[in-house]
Design a protein around this ligand. Structure first.
Ligand code: SF4
Length: 367
């Protein structure tokens, strides 16, 4: 029987650097580098040994901004995957895209090659906020891109929003949430802004007004309420979906389905081992082009121990509305008493109130 496997492709290029971004992504690229990077990705795919043992249940192209590669190169990589692997007919094939980096013609080509889900970064519908964050798009660009994606045939679109943004009050966030709901994406991810040391936003943070902890809580509560009323199920701490449109790839991460990463700095969880490719683009290209990043090249990495695996299972499982199987003796009674979680048939599931303090609760359970 074939084993389920998910594939992740990391494309570490962006148009410019967002003010809050602490990810590894490079705004320095040209078409020659993109060509070499694409060749390295296809070489890494071709080097995957024993690929006939697996059934690919999900593929995710993330970044960075994957659409910087352009539709033709992205299709080339997906074609290489199709040649090497058996892909499940129901596989979710997601592409992260930023408005302004892809047009309708490109989207049609991507759809035709097999990409069947788009993840678009909206972040906010207030142009003053988008400028402050140094995002490369405006609210109108997002709407135009969304409409192009629909016309190109994408019927599964996810959009990201950020809350607790600088100089944004709850009314402004409400405007963004309502605007997004009116576009009716199938899936919405929401993240509280985190200000990482060393980012431009961190260096200028004194210049802006940020919500207090209570203000942030009120923003999260408001957006959960609006999305719930609009028919989105809050199926994971940061994710909301219409019926049947929960992200299969991310759900696979939370359920510890094995995945293999391609591209610079891509992580894998494979054969109960966690490992990553070289983070430097130059090192990655050199190694992948030499056929050196096959699964067997990681045999010396340390396997995840049984205790670590159990900790991961609980930590990741509690992110989901469906919860996680756990012995009652491990559940601190205060979680149930205060309505932060529900324990039923051996499964602990956090409530929406519990989601808001999930880090504290998970630490309590694991300590
Ligand atoms: S698009 Fe994403 S990865 Fe690129 S700079 Fe902005 S936040 Fe970072």
């Amino acid at each position: 029987m074939l084993k389920d496997l998910m594939l992740y492709f990391h494309i570490p290029f962006c148009i410019s650097k967002c003010a809050y971004c602490a990810f590894y992504s490079s705004p320095a690229w040209d078409s020659k580098l993109l060509e070499r990077y694409t060749d390295a990705l296809t070489a890494q795919v071709a080097a995957f040994d024993n690929s006939e043992e697996y059934k690919i249940v999900s593929i995710y192209f993330g970044g960075g901004t994957p659409t910087i590669l352009g539709a033709e190169r992205l299709c080339r990589v997906l074609a290489a995957v199709k040649e090497r692997f058996c892909i499940d007919s129901q596989a979710e094939i997601t592409l992260e895209a930023n408005p302004k980096t892809v047009d309708e013609t490109g989207l049609r080509a991507l759809k035709e090659e097999g990409f069947n889900r788009l993840s678009l970064g909206a972040q906010s519908f207030n142009d003053s906020t988008l400028r402050l964050l140094n995002r490369a798009h405006t609210a109108a660009d997002f709407e135009e891109c969304f409409a192009s994606a629909r016309r190109a045939g994408f019927d599964n679109i996810s959009a990201d929003l950020i809350f607790a943004l600088p100089n944004e009050n709850i009314k402004m966030l409400e405007n963004s949430v309502n605007k997004l709901i009116s576009l009716a994406p199938e899936h919405i991810s929401v993240y509280g802004l985190s200000i990482e040391e060393g980012t431009p936003l961190y260096l200028r943070k004194k210049e802006y007004a940020f919500p207090t902890e209570e203000g942030e809580e009120a923003q999260y509560e408001m957006l959960c309420k609006l999305l719930g009323e609009a028919g989105y199920s809050h199926y994971e701490i940061s994710n909301f979906a219409t019926v049947g449109k929960e992200a299969r790839h991310n759900t696979g991460y939370w359920k510890r389905i094995p995945y293999f990463g391609f591209g610079a700095g891509a992580h894998s969880f494979f054969n109960e081992r966690r490992f990553a490719t070289p983070a430097s683009i130059a090192d990655y290209i050199a190694k992948a082009s030499g056929g050196l990043l096959a699964p067997t090249d990681y045999h010396s990495s340390k396997p995840v121990s049984a205790a670590e695996a159990e900790e991961e299972r609980i930590m990741l499982g509690l992110r989901m509305k469906e919860g996680v199987k756990i012995d009652e003796s491990r559940v601190p009674p205060i979680i149930i008493k205060q309505g932060l979680g529900v324990y039923q048939n051996g499964v602990l599931a956090l409530t929406e109130r519990g989601f808001r303090v999930s880090n504290t609760l998970i630490n309590m359970i694991l300590s």
